[in-house]
Design a protein around this ligand. Structure first.
Ligand SMILES: *Cc1c(COP(=O)(O)O)cnc(C)c1O
Length: 400
């Protein structure tokens, strides 16, 4: 039958507009996953409507709980990271909050690393104040402090590798072993590795969280997160929390992340290589005391990075010499022409910021006299590394 030939209908105009069937999908096949929209999700009959209760299945019951665009994204993320289960949620931070709230109740205790993504500290303080959920911080570079800070009521040990801002790589194997022996669940913020360079489920983690906002989206135009797991009970707890809180994501945003995934390995590797080139060039600048990048042997935890990781991200920090003031560090960033001043990373544009690092981290960054200068964080985008290096050199030269 011709695609352009349409049968007449018996209904009135408005009824027909609402009820006429869409064109047939038969014979059409293409790579992009369609944006499936829909709050009401139709059941074939009442029996089917009553039967949709399985929270871990791909049941379609109501738009908030999932549609084929969202489930396809979750499935691909699980395949990339080597997980059995995955769900997508409104942001990376939501993913971490879901894991925390799925594992912890009043009177429980969790451990977070000192160099954790900043908003997680605020989350921990809020859970403590509002729900009486206790937390302690451990030194991620000294796995023994995990053992020392574990309490009888510790139910979750959170990790991040490498740490935000200072890029120390923890001994994940030792931390997971201590937590498991204690009966606590373990989770990792695996955003830096994008699910590619580190495989948490080969190392017995219960949860991995991704900020899809970064590399998976890759184009700086979507905020989204994911929670992944290989542990049925652990995942069911997060799925339930996600459901009761009524969290949902836009299928159009899912389609953008699905498009980003097609080039994820290429962008991840290319940006990492560009970042390493820039980082290497900066090491020799007289204003720079240290470059904090896990590829460099002087980065704390380099040995664990070499043992556990199969790649690296395009984000790193510079420690300026101690004689530099915070004002001068800001001047370096302000003089950059190609770098935007912004949070986030993993997008096409290179970004730079002066960052505030907790005093506790500075003991690993100080020079022989215990001095530590200001710290700049740089996220390398898709531009030519030679242009980015030249830009950084001119900015550093001007304030040196
Ligand atoms: C950005 C980021 C997050 C949070 O992701 P959002 O989607 O911005 O909420 C969490 N962890 C790390 C390491 C990040 O870089």
């Amino acid at each position: 039958m011709s695609t352009f030939k349409h049968p007449k209908t018996a209904h009135g105009l408005s009824t027909n507009i609402v009820h006429s069937k869409p064109a047939s999908k038969e014979g059409f096949s293409s790579l992009p996953v369609p944006v499936y929209r829909g709050s009401s999700t139709f059941f074939d009959n009442t029996a089917a409507q009553r039967a949709t209760v399985n929270p871990l299945g791909l049941d379609y019951s109501y738009g908030l709980h999932g549609n084929p665009t969202q489930y396809t994204l979750a499935k691909k993320l699980a395949e990339i990271e080597g997980a059995t289960y995955a769900l997508v949620c409104p942001s990376g931070l939501t993913g971490i909050a879901l894991v925390a709230q799925a594992c912890l109740k009043t009177g429980d205790h969790w451990l977070i690393p000192e160099n954790v993504y900043g908003p997680v500290q605020a989350l921990a303080r809020s859970l403590k104040m509002d729900y009486g959920i206790e937390f302690s911080e451990y030194d991620p570079y000294d796995a023994a402090t995990v053992k020392a800070t574990l309490q009888a009521n510790t139910k979750l040990v959170w990790t991040e590798a490498p740490g935000s801002l200072t890029f120390e790589v923890p001994d994940l194997e030792a931390i997971v072993a201590f937590a498991k022996a204690h009966g606590a669940r373990t989770g990792i913020d695996n955003t830096w590795a994008a699910g590619i360079a580190y495989k948490p489920f080969e190392h017995e983690f219960d949860y991995s969280v991704q900020a899809l906002t970064k590399y998976q989206c890759g184009h700086a135009d979507v905020l989204m997160g994911a929670v992944l797991s290989d542990n049925t009970n652990a995942f069911a707890d997060v799925e339930r929390k996600n459901r009761v809180l009524g969290l949902g994501v836009s299928p159009a945003d899912c389609a953008l992340v699905l498009r980003g995934l097609l080039t994820l390995p290429l962008r991840y590797t290319q940006q990492a290589e560009s970042g390493l080139q820039v980082a290497r060039a900066l090491k020799d600048h007289p204003a720079v005391a240290k470059v904090l990048h896990p590829e460099f042997p002087e980065c704390p935890g380099h040995e664990f990075y070499k043992r556990d990781f199969k790649g690296f991200a395009s984000i790193f920090s510079l420690v300026l010499k101690p004689e530099f003031t915070d004002e001068q560090a800001c001047a370096v960033i302000d003089k950059l022409k190609l770098f935007k001043i912004a949070y986030s990373w993993g997008g096409p544009e290179s970004l730079g910021l002066v960052v505030n690092v907790p005093e506790s981290r500075k003991r690993y960054l100080a020079d022989a006299h215990g001095q530590c200068g200001p710290i700049l964080r740089l996220a390398i985008g898709l531009e030519e590394p030679a242009d980015l290096t030249a830009d950084l050199m001119q900015a550093l030269d001007k304030v040196s």
